[in-house]
Design a protein around this ligand. Structure first.
Ligand code: LRH
Length: 493
């Protein structure tokens, strides 16, 4: 028997079938598609109906394979949402969290409420695009959508709603809004009241592993499938990815590596303290009663944006070629803080990197290899900084780092991360989110008794590549330089 996992990232989506038998777990990619944001006027949107169409196409391909999955689940990036009106129809096209209209609202709401108050109630890191600030922006700009809205659904809730007709919020994604209070296990009435959003838009958030309806009968009959139960998995992709970390010990550090790099550790209760607030760490909800004490790092987004820019200028280069040029470029010539605000919006990334280097009195990387090298080295150095903070906050010392997600196909980044942290990196599995998504479906059906049984099977089923640290003295020296460059409190938050 198989399960179907849809995993939607900020750049692409995929549908994978998972099989579980005595030999372990196997995955089969059924469908892969682009997820391209669309700019209409000045607004940046997700193409939500195209995504729905691709989910249906995935089901069609499943049917053509002669499969009838025992369940399906959807995970995606966090924070974004759609609003339903009184007839259950989608009001407007969901905005992309990188849309410029949200700029500045976080600082304003923090001033009004204080950071302490927001953090005490949610445990969530301050990111300018959190749903709290998106909704406050819409409210304060008088968005007519809010007058009509009856239900708030996050992206996977919404796609699941299109498939089932059931409008249900899911816990892991709910926590990323910075509007959910994990201490009371409910949406936070006070924060919602402050931004003038009615609590009635929000439903009780169900835990990962809850069945939330079945595939609509009209879809089943169109495709010639029998009814398929739909499971709310850990619908935040990072939540699913961390389920798939093949750890053997309770205390482990992970880096979920894709468009974003998410680094942290798993804990049982939110760590809401002045220390975690000062370091701007988050406590996102996970599967199986866990939380993720982690920090967002800008990640491979910067490299992806450079590649898109070169493509636009007719200087397109393959990933493999770029990495081999990066390897040949001079080491540690130009370092920067990947989390500097200037790297958040899409656009002219190469000139922003060059400007940062000019501002900090460093050589400007000129060619593609030098630019890629400066990005990957800067990321690897930032990973060390954040790993040290994770150890400090969780009062643990880790003997290595698990890396999961598509970013681990970048072997240079994995090796440089090991060199930078001075500890081994264990890379795998690459399809972390889809595998974690499947694992929660099998936890729901009782095939796995808990997350730890799932992790054992994942460990035995998928290859993990070990990277031992090398060239320590030069990385140590570069880290000293990186710390001096990024010492301003702003770069820490
Ligand atoms: C990674 C991710 C991350 C969020 C960001 C919006 O895909 O879900 O955890 O912070 O997207």
């Amino acid at each position: 028997m198989s399960v179907l996992a849809y995993d939607l990232g900020a750049g692409s989506g995929r549908a994978l079938l998972g099989h579980l038998n005595d030999r372990g777990m196997e995955t089969l990619e059924i469908h892969r598609f682009k997820n391209e944001p669309v700019k209409a006027g000045e607004r940046l949107h997700w193409d939500i109906l195209r995504l729905h169409h691709e989910l249906l196409e995935g089901l069609n391909l499943v049917k053509q394979k002669g499969e009838q999955p025992e369940s399906l689940g959807i995970d995606s990036w966090a924070v974004d949402f759609g609003l339903l009106g009184s007839h259950g129809e989608l009001l407007g096209n969901p905005y992309h969290y990188r849309d410029a209209q949200f700029n500045g609202m976080m600082d304003q709401v923090r001033k009004e409420l204080t950071s302490q108050r927001i953090f005490e109630r949610t445990g969530i890191q301050f990111l300018s695009f959190n749903t709290l600030y998106q909704l406050a922006t819409l409210k304060r700009s008088g968005s007519p959508m809010l007058n009509e809205a009856e239900r708030f659904l996050m992206i996977p809730d919404l796609l699941r709603y299109f498939l089932t007709g059931e409008a249900v919020n899911e816990f892991t994604n709910a926590t990323t809004t910075q509007l959910y209070n994990p201490t009371i296990g409910h949406w936070d009435g006070e924060l919602l009241a402050h931004i003038g959003i009615s609590e009635t838009l929000f439903g009780e958030a169900v835990m990962p592993g809850t069945q939330v309806g079945q595939l609509r009968s009209s879809i089943c009959s169109d495709l010639g499938l029998s009814a398929i139960p739909v499971i709310a998995v850990a619908e935040h992709d990072t939540g699913s990815a961390v389920v798939a970390v093949p750890a053997t010990e309770r205390s482990f550090a992970y880096l979920s590596c894709g468009t974003w790099s998410l680094m942290g550790t798993e804990i049982d209760h939110p760590a809401i303290s002045s220390e975690s607030l000062a370091l701007n760490f988050t406590n996102e909800g996970g599967a199986g009663g866990t939380f993720r004490l982690l920090k967002n790092i800008m990640g491979l987004w910067i490299l992806q944006e450079c590649m898109r820019e070169w493509e636009r200028k007719g200087q397109g280069i393959s990933y493999a070629e770029l990495l081999s040029r990066a390897e040949l470029a001079p080491p540690f010539a130009s370092l920067f803080d990947p989390d500097d605000d200037r790297f958040m919006p899409a656009g002219d990334m190469t000139s922003r990197i060059q400007q940062y280097c000019r501002d900090t009195g460093q050589a400007e990387p000129q060619d593609q290899g030098a630019i890629a090298r400066s990005i990957l080295e800067s990321l690897a150095l930032k990973y060390r900084r954040v790993l040290e903070w994770t150890e400090q906050l969780s009062r643990q010392s880790f003997n290595g780092l698990h890396m999961v997600g598509g970013g681990i196909q970048n072997r240079l980044l994995c090796q440089w991360t090991a060199n930078s942290i001075g500890k081994p990196v264990w890379a795998g599995p690459a399809e972390g989110s889809a595998i974690g998504n499947m694992a929660v479906q099998w936890m729901a059906s009782g095939a796995f008794k808990d997350i730890w049984e799932a992790r054992k099977v994942i460990r035995d089923s998928f290859p993990v590549t070990d990277y031992e640290p090398k060239d320590r003295p030069i990385w140590e020296e570069a880290y000293g330089r990186f710390l001096r460059l990024t010492a301003s409190p702003k770069s820490q938050a």
